[in-house]
Design a protein around this ligand. Structure first.
Ligand SMILES: Cc1ncc(COP(=O)(O)O)c(C=O)c1O
Length: 439
């Protein structure tokens, strides 16, 4: 491959082992051997730095190998690593208290490992407490790859894996760039869209609506932000039907959008909140938060969610360290200021290049959509692919997710610890990558 560095291309044993032994699970693998990562960069086997504009898999909000996390893992693993699921330890109870003290209505905390797992637990809770089983989600949602989470996930290909859970319904996410319903000025009329969507849900429901699960900003679906007022209206639709509202803040939680949780902008508290990716800042840690009343009712009905790694002390200690650093270093405020700088830079690219159709998002979770032309707004996946490859060749990782329905949207979510100079470097590389891709 022409763009590959000499050292990576000579790692022939590595690539033949990949070909012989690594089960392909979706993405086209970058043709680089990644040896280490530090701060906002990962480094390949030739020592070349690659600026990580997606925080790994949208998770490493403190950058890579943050000294506080390294120290915490080293200390904790030598003291208390993993336990019988019926035993509790201080890191678990301390993190539960820390998270459960943030907002009234979300006092009770369950600590798990992955995002999908947290959504499984949330949906299971909602079903048990309501005594119903129907789950509604957005058509461009991503909640995970396991049973109930996958049944509520519509942005990946559902074909070929057999039946999903009975009672799985979807409604369209409100898309301001491609509105399905418009007002007299041609702007998105999300209220009519939401009413229309729930009329369809009601007509399909067998009277067993248990919950709506939503991302406040649909990330894998192409950085689609719920407009101001939408969450409150959704909350009302849920209340009218006796459904619980589950918010999945895997990517938006722990400060990335400029609030601890993205829903705080809207003044709406969910019945159940799930956190994952950003909570462990790259290590496997997730959480389910809910009210005392819901927890009490679930317990009364015999709620069980027993996993190997529930309440594990090592990831819990990491979660505490993440919360400490976010608070100590003012990283929520930093998400706002760094986000403004990045967004202004992306807007500059939009003014300069016709193929940049839209810039959207909040804080340090931004989207840049590549289109064939401004008038048609047609996603240009081939062009986006070229831009991604040119950026990588210049030392910037900002991949588009190459799955059906996700469009040509770069999800840009660097660590909250990123410096202004690194943001500017990334923007410079993006500009030259777009130039090169056009040529
Ligand atoms: C919003 C959201 N929820 C849940 C998940 C699933 O998390 P995990 O891959 O850790 O199971 C993802 C993963 O991309 C996500 O983006």
């Amino acid at each position: 491959m022409a763009l590959e560095s000499a050292s990576n291309s000579t790692d022939t044993g590595f690539w033949s082992d990949v070909s012989d032994h690594v089960l392909r699970y979706g993405p086209v693998f970058e043709q680089r051997v990644i040896e280490r990562a530090e701060g906002s960069y990962v480094y390949d086997s030739s020592g070349a730095p690659i600026l990580d504009f997606t925080s790994g898999q949208m998770s490493s909000i403190l950058g890579h190998s943050h000294p506080d996390i390294v120290r915490t893992v080293r200390e904790q693993i030598g003291k208390l690593d993993h336990l019988f699921s019926g035993m509790l330890s201080r890191p678990v109870v301390d993190l539960s208290k820390r998270l459960g003290s943030l907002l009234p209505g979300l006092e009770k905390v369950l600590l798990l490992s992955t995002g999908a797992e947290s959504n499984e637990a949330a949906i299971r809770l909602a079903k048990l407490v309501t005594g119903k089983h129907e789950i509604v989600a957005f058509t461009k949602s991503w909640h995970g790859m396991t049973g109930a989470a996958a049944s509520a996930t519509y942005s990946h290909n559902r074909r070929g894996y057999g039946p999903v859970n009975p009672g799985s319904f979807a409604i369209p996410a409100p898309n301001a760039y491609r509105p399905r319903f418009t007002d007299a000025n041609g702007n998105l009329d999300w209220k009519t869209e939401l009413d229309d969507a729930f009329a369809l849900v009601d007509s399909q429901s067998t009277g067993n609506l248990a919950a709506f699960i939503a991302e406040p900003i649909l990330s894998s679906g192409g950085i689609i932000e719920l407009p101001v007022g939408y969450l409150a209206a959704l909350r009302q639709k849920c209340d009218e039907r006796g459904m619980l509202l589950i918010l999945d803040e895997a990517q938006t939680g722990i400060g990335r959008t400029g609030h601890m949780f993205a829903f705080q902008r809207d003044g709406v508290t969910p019945d159940i909140l799930t956190l994952s990716k950003t909570l462990g800042a790259g290590l496997p840690l997730s959480a389910v938060l809910t009210s005392r009343a819901i927890e009490e009712e679930a317990h009364r009905k015999g709620f069980v969610f027993l996993t190997t790694h529930v309440s594990d002390p090592l990831p819990a200690a990491v979660g505490l360290a993440v919360m400490d650093v976010v608070e100590r270093d003012g990283l929520i405020g930093r998400a706002v200021s760094a986000g403004q700088r990045l967004q202004a830079g992306l807007e500059g690219l939009k003014q300069r290049f016709e193929s940049v159709g839209d810039v959207r998002g909040r804080g340090l979770l931004l989207g840049l959509e590549i289109v064939t032309d401004r008038a048609s707004r047609q996603p240009d996946l081939a062009m986006a692919d070229r831009i991604g490859a040119e950026a990588m060749a210049r030392g910037l990782s900002m991949n588009i997710v190459k799955l059906p329905a996700m469009g040509a949207v770069f999800r840009i979510a660097p660590p909250l610890t990123i410096s202004d100079a690194e943001i500017d470097q990334g923007l410079d590389i993006m500009a030259s990558a777009i130039e090169a891709a056009r040529a």
